[in-house]
Design a protein around this ligand. Sequence first.
Ligand code: DHB
Ligand code: MG
Length: 222
Amino acid sequence: MNQTQWTHLDQWFSQLLAPEDDALRLALAQSQAAGMPDINVTANQGKLLHILARISGARRILEVGTLGGYSTIWLARALPADGQLVSLELNPDYARLARQHLAAAGVADRASVLEGPATQTLTQLIKDQTAPFDLIFIDANKDDNPAYLALSQQLSRVGTVIIGDNVVRQGRVLDASNADPGVAGMRTFLQQLAAPGLTSTAIQTVGSKGWDGFSISIVEKA
Ligand code: DHB
Ligand code: MG
């Protein structure tokens, strides 16, 4: 198998099982036009997040890393009408555009974007004694993943589902001596997932984004 085949099969799966509506297409197109990095989850990955949120019965979702709001839309659409999603974004221009995309997708009543460094926002949410989230998707800068996880655990209850994107880093997570802070951050994150208090796994994926993977955890102690 090679990248061309992974891409074609991914496109077929996505068209068949995870078709995008106008709002999702708009979010991608405008994100690209605005010069955001082309690192959104794919449609079928978005659908996976949506299904995991539905399986877990999530009513409160936290996302770390909004980008243009593409994954945010997939997740927000998994919520009941009175559900809530909070997504954290460092870049104010990205946040502004993401809010437009959430409105176009009809989920602005449920989904909000908080601007600023996510470690600060998470710390503030903890201070504010925000109600625990049912599902947390960590998908921002990888060097801060250890802090995002530790803070996310403080915003969890027993049973909260924590999902991490991009756990493979082109295989470099195997290399303990790799100097890339994103690789080191992801290695530490994966080691944290092994600690008591979490039940975790990590799964490699291939598709139109190449070789990558997700971690999935359940919080056992909060
Ligand atoms: C990168 C980040 C992502 O969230 C992703 O899904 C793919 C790549 C990156 O920073 O390289
Ligand atoms: Mg990602």
